[in-house]
Design a protein around this ligand. Sequence first.
Ligand SMILES: N[C@@H](CCC(=O)N[C@@H](CS)C(=O)NCC(=O)O)C(=O)O
Length: 202
Amino acid sequence: MKLYDSAMAPNPRRVRVFLAEKGISVPTIQVDIGKAENRQPAYLAKNPMGGVPILELDDGTVIAETVAICRYFEEIQPKPPLMGTDARDRAIVEMWQRRMELEVAMPIMQTFRNTHAFFKGRIPQVPEYGEVCRAAATRRLEWVDGELAQREFIAGPRFTIADITLLIGIDFGRVVKIGIQPEQKNLARWYETVSSRPSAKA
Ligand SMILES: N[C@@H](CCC(=O)N[C@@H](CS)C(=O)NCC(=O)O)C(=O)O
């Protein structure tokens, strides 16, 4: 199998961290999104959406979407569990994973897409919308700080995919100057814990 990866991009890093937590090694192919390699016909034939990462299995099956790729690895190697352990826990982890992705990481990415020079001329940018997303991301980090007063990790007492999604969202937030505020002590404590894990370097 092959992982189509892009070293600087946040979604591929989510998969790399997930794999590092599982201790799984997968050969990678670097896709240069700066040169729009992911928008060329050969790549679009594999993933019509054009995004990285994708996972290509030995039988030619292509799995796109970060969480779908993680799901594949969770199924073939359940330990350590990163997506829940039983029906209740899996639902709780999925709830938090979706919230971290849709409510926190997404507005950070949309701030980047709509305000940063990288996407100028590549996509239609609406800077005002970018600022709406910046305000939303900032509010959501306040909310997550409150949630983390109640438990060690995002979805409960164990590190999960929800922590990976938030870690990478926050790290990427630096590019657009969105981040943990000095008064957000719970978030800072959580960030220190998760960013110290060896997988965070992946
Ligand atoms: N929903 C997809 C999003 C993939 C995505 O947008 N990846 C970004 C990198 S983080 C990308 O390919 N950006 C370059 C582009 O859209 O041309 C996922 O979860 O994997």
